[in-house]
Design a protein around this ligand. Structure first.
Ligand SMILES: [Ca+2]
Length: 452
């Protein structure tokens, strides 16, 4: 979500350049209505449409939200600019007439996550028993269509359904904000005004091309649209008219929505002959320095045969498949949590949404809806770190010389690297995982008081 810092939110995905947001880590808002717009879980629970003229129902802002004055002259200039960009005057007139800034959108844009997200809490929501059962039903219901799409794009049905389930709960939570007004609000007074201004022109272009009427263009508060939650730029680049009726309709037409998702995934490098990764069991003496903290140059990638030699097994103890696959180990809840070997398709998922938790949830849901087992590792329920606690952790790590950056209250790759360096120095398991235990140790070592 927060487009501003890629690390923090889950919203705005599909922002290609600047890519959507991220949660690379474990941070996400748990606040009642979440930080950012899109996202399966991070997404604000959509209000029930009332069937008004636009179908849009915006909940009132909860606090006092100040929007700076001057929207009308700004909008007048925007109209001129839109027409200068080649968007037709009738489209501009219809789409922009009468719109006003939406206070709730500003409120959500300014919201900061209050907690880090924890693996189990996230997964329980993203891959609930209900989500699995519904996914199985959807896989069956849309089987022939999904097979045709697989033949064309090389993305297996279970992954299309899984993305669909995580993005919008199989189309049920596609968002009820009017996209044009929401984007105009963010372009006028948002934290990434320039980015949203570009997306607003893209949204107007979509209307101008006749794909959807402006008043029917609904989405998340940050402009993620339809069943796949595409930002307008992603729609323009990757949207597909699957049923060939002349319109790309990712709001109401599952053929278009699935085709668009598959086309986007194909462009992200999806390999239809491989899966995303798999849950594994690590040996008791596993060296957690080999676990990946981020998909970057420091990531340790080895063929499955090498991981096998190191004692990595399937969860039931069976040896790993002897396939020529390169994989990395990911431990999203630290050494005591579940472990995964992730393949190239996992990286494709991260390009859709740069969140480790999201990527694992997509893969796991895809497995579950095709009969895969639930995670068997013993679940360790932890209290999430609050923002202020993360800030103290970061201050302590900085004081001790393990990180250089300014504390921001959000656990990202840099913080995890710092935690790992601290763990190495203290002969702890170097899993890079930030929790209350590490906070207490870092606070003590650095002489800071850890907020309880
Ligand atoms: Ca169509």
């Amino acid at each position: 979500m927060n487009l501003a810092d890629e690390e923090h939110h889950m919203t705005n995905r599909r922002l290609n350049p600047p890519r959507r947001s991220v949660l690379t880590g474990l941070t996400l808002a748990l606040v009642g209505c979440q930080s950012t717009a899109r996202g399966p879980i991070a997404q604000e629970t959509p209000p029930v449409p009332s069937g008004g003229p636009s179908g849009a129902v915006i909940p009132p802002a909860q606090g006092a939200v100040e929007i700076r004055p001057g929207f009308e002259p700004w909008l007048a200039k925007l109209r001129t600019d839109a027409i200068a960009k080649g968007i037709s005057k009738p489209t501009v007139d219809v789409a922009l007439s009468g719109i006003t800034p939406i206070p709730r959108v500003i409120e959500l844009d300014r919201r900061q996550p209050e907690f880090t997200q924890t693996f189990w809490r996230y997964l329980d929501g993203a891959v609930s028993a209900r989500r699995v059962a519904d996914g199985q039903a959807m896989l069956k219901q849309h089987g022939p269509l999904l097979k045709r799409i697989e033949d064309q794009y090389g993305v297996p049905p279970r992954f299309i359904v899984s993305f669909w389930g995580l993005e919008t709960n199989y189309g049920k939570g596609a968002g009820t904000y009017p996209v044009i007004a929401s984007l105009a609000t963010l372009a006028y007074d948002g934290r990434r005004a320039e980015f949203f201004r570009g997306e607003l022109f893209n949204a107007l272009t979509i209307v101008d091309r006749g794909h959807i009427k402006a008043q029917e263009m609904l989405g998340s508060w940050a402009g993620a649209m339809g069943q796949t939650q595409f930002m307008p730029s992603t729609f323009l680049r990757y949207g597909v008219d699957g049923d060939k009726d002349g319109h790309i309709d990712i709001w109401r037409d599952v053929t278009d929505a699935f085709s668009s998702a598959a086309n986007y995934l194909k462009s992200l490098g999806w390999d239809g002959n491989r899966t995303w990764g798999r849950a594994v069991a690590l040996p008791a003496d596993f060296d957690f320095n080999l676990a990946s903290i981020d998909t970057n140059a420091s990531e340790v990638v080895k063929p499955l045969t090498e991981w096998s030699k190191l004692g990595v097994r399937q969860p039931d103890g069976m040896v790993l498949p002897q396939q020529p696959v390169q994989a990395a180990v990911v431990v999203p809840a630290g050494a005591k949590g579940p472990a995964f070997l992730v393949y190239d398709n996992y990286r494709a998922i991260l390009k859709w949404n740069r969140s480790t938790l999201y990527a694992i949830a997509v893969g796991h849901l895809a497995d579950r809806i095709t009969g895969g087992e639930a995670l068997t590792v013993k679940r360790v329920v932890e209290e999430p770190l609050r923002r202020e606690q993360v800030t103290v952790l970061q201050e302590g790590l900085r004081k001790l010389g393990y990180v250089n950056s300014e504390p921001d209250g959000v656990v990202g790759a840099g913080t995890r690297q710092g935690v790992r360096a601290f763990q190495r120095a203290k002969a702890l398991q170097p899993d890079g995982y930030a929790n209350r235990d590490i906070l207490a140790r870092v606070a003590q070592a650095s002489g800071l008081a850890a907020p309880t």
